[in-house]
Design a protein around this ligand. Sequence first.
Ligand code: CAA
Length: 391
Amino acid sequence: MSADFAIGIHDLSVATTQYVLTHETLAAQNGTDVAKYHRGIGQRSMSVAAVDEDIVTMAAAAAAPIVARHAADRIRTIVFATETSVDQAKAAGIHVHSLLGLPSATRVVELKQACYSGTAALQFAIGLVHRDRSQQVLVIASDVSKYELGSPGEATQGAAAVAMLVSAEPALVRIEDPSGMFTADIMDFWRPNYRTTALVDGYESISAYLQAVEGVWKDYTEGGGRALDEFGAFCYHQPFTKMAYKAHRHLLHHCGRDVDEADVARAVEPTTTYNAVIGNSYTASMYVGLAALLDDADDLTDQAIGFLSYGSGSVAEFFAGTVVPGYRSHLRTDMHRDAIGRRQEIDYAKYREIHEHSFPVDGGDYPVPTETAGPYRFDGLSGHKRIYVPR
Ligand code: CAA
């Protein structure tokens, strides 16, 4: 049953890392034509987390401005979505809760299903607000994507966090019913507990994603969703930005439409500007796409946006949102551009040193020197415990 009041995204904030590696640097190192990265996969650079940054520090950096603007007294729940968790038991959101000084009367939980779980978090948050419209839910999606050095996936790495405040009568985007869902048991991308880098069958993963596009659209349409022509833009999960174009062309084909490249670009391009320079931020990626769309596109008031969330393994969901009149005065465009623009470019040697870094697992004290200029940092390990501090 739909609520008789609107529910959706009231505030949206993006954070990323201290460092950035350009695809020119990666291409020069591995002898690849950089056009493959720029034009072939649509990536210009990737965010690289310093050793004193991780999913928690990025998440806290994204969430802090939301708490500063709205206060915390209505936030009763934090749902933290990630597939690059820092602990098998404790929810990373508890570290964020502590860093931000949130009230103890808060429910905190972590969700996992590859890149999809940010959308599960959003939908669960909507359910909680439906039950009690006075409550707000802090949804955080945060990931550091990591593939083996020299592997095809390496060029699609990245890192970012998105924090969203979900509430009644939202200021940015109202989320609508129905959702179209799709699940298929497939090993296209996965990361066993003993590995720090993901395993992926690249081409299988692209076809699994496209199969999911068909599956969610079928379920969405059967559930009485909007017609294709009603959407002003489409926000796809972006493992690399060209995937959004592939997905949209596939949807058009599937619906029996001619594929006009100018139309595809109009529907998708404004969602790709941040992801092209940040790289794959897994759970955060689709919402980084939403931030770019809201920040960069001409006035979107009352337009419907289609969201297609895909997580390997696989689970996918399609849903619609409508942009709220007056949304522009609530955006954090300058903050987002600054977070991306102030990253420090690193050379291949520094990138490789970070990629290969690991901590001993003997429970000793391993302090980490300050590198990040962000508001929170990972201070090191002691007694197997991760220590987080404001910078
Ligand atoms: N100039 C211009 N374009 C070039 C080029 C050049 N010199 N050389 C190659 N290209 C083009 C290719 O034609 C190709 O384009 P099309 O896909 O349009 O045909 C594109 O660049 C990529 O080239 P390849 O297919 O040869 O690249 P690859 O073998 O290195 O693999 C990849 C690409 C499979 C995406 C790989 O990067 C990968 O495994 N990535 C990780 C997995 C992934 O992102 N999967 C996406 C779906 S799964 C998902 O969405 C979940 C998730 O977040 C992981």
